[in-house]
Write a protein that binds this ligand. Sequence first.
Ligand code: 13P
Length: 249
Amino acid sequence: VRRPIIAGNWKMYKTARETVEFFEQFKPLVKISHHCDIVIAAPFTVLVDAVKAAEGSNIAIAAQDLFWEAEGAYTGEISPLMLVDVGCRYTLVGHSERRQLFGETNQNVNKKIKAALSVNLTPIVCIGEMLEEREANQTQKVIQTQFLEGFAGLTAQAFSRIILAYEPVWAIGTGRTATPEIAGEVHEYIRGLADASFGQPGARNLRILYGGSVKPDNIKGLMAQAHVDGALVGGASLNADSFGSIVNF
Ligand code: 13P
C-alpha cells in the first residue's frame, strides 16, 4: 500500500505574514489527518517562517526549486544544503513553469535530483505534456523522454527515494482538470516506465501525484484511481479551507 501525499505548491504567492496566517488556520484543520503525508512548497523567502509555523505538526515543508552545486559564485541561486539548513525536507524539481519560463531542461532536472538526494532532500519531480503534444498523440513519448533523461544514471536505490508528479500542462491553472481516467492512464504508463528502468519493488512503491486544477470537488475522483497516489495542488493550496478539504478527501 502506498501512503498518499497531498502537496501544495504556493508558486510565487504569500508574504511572511500571510504564511503565518495560513498555518494558524490550516493546522487545526489537518491536526488529526494521519491518512496521508502533507507537504507545502513555499517560496524561498518564507521557508523559514513556514518551517517555524509547521513545527510540531504533521506538515512538511518543501522548496520549489534548487541549484545543483553545493556552494560557489552562483548569484541568485540556492543550494541543496541551504534548503536542509532551513528545515526543508522536500523540494520540487522540474515544474512545468520552470521548464517553460526559465529554460529548465531534463539534463538540469537530472542534476538537481541527484543534488537533492545527496543531502537527503526528497525530490518531487514534475513531468507532463503540453496541449499540442497531447493533441498530436505525443503524450507517452514526451513523458518517456522526461522520465528517461530526468532519471538517467540513478540507481534503483536512489530512485526509491523519489516522488513523481504528473502535471499535464494544459490542466495547470486552467480549471480544466484531467479526468480521473486520463490521469489514471498516464500514471499507469509512468509506473510501467519505472518498472522497465528500475524494476521492482521500486515501481510498485513509487508514489505518483497528479497535479493540474485539483480542487476540493475533484480530489475524491482522482484519488479513486489505482495509480494516483496523491495530488500536487497549486491555486487551491493557497487557502487553508480549500487545501484542508483536499487533504481530508
Ligand atoms: P493548479 O492547481 O493551480 O492548476 O496548479 C497545479 C500546479 O502547477 C501544482 O504544481
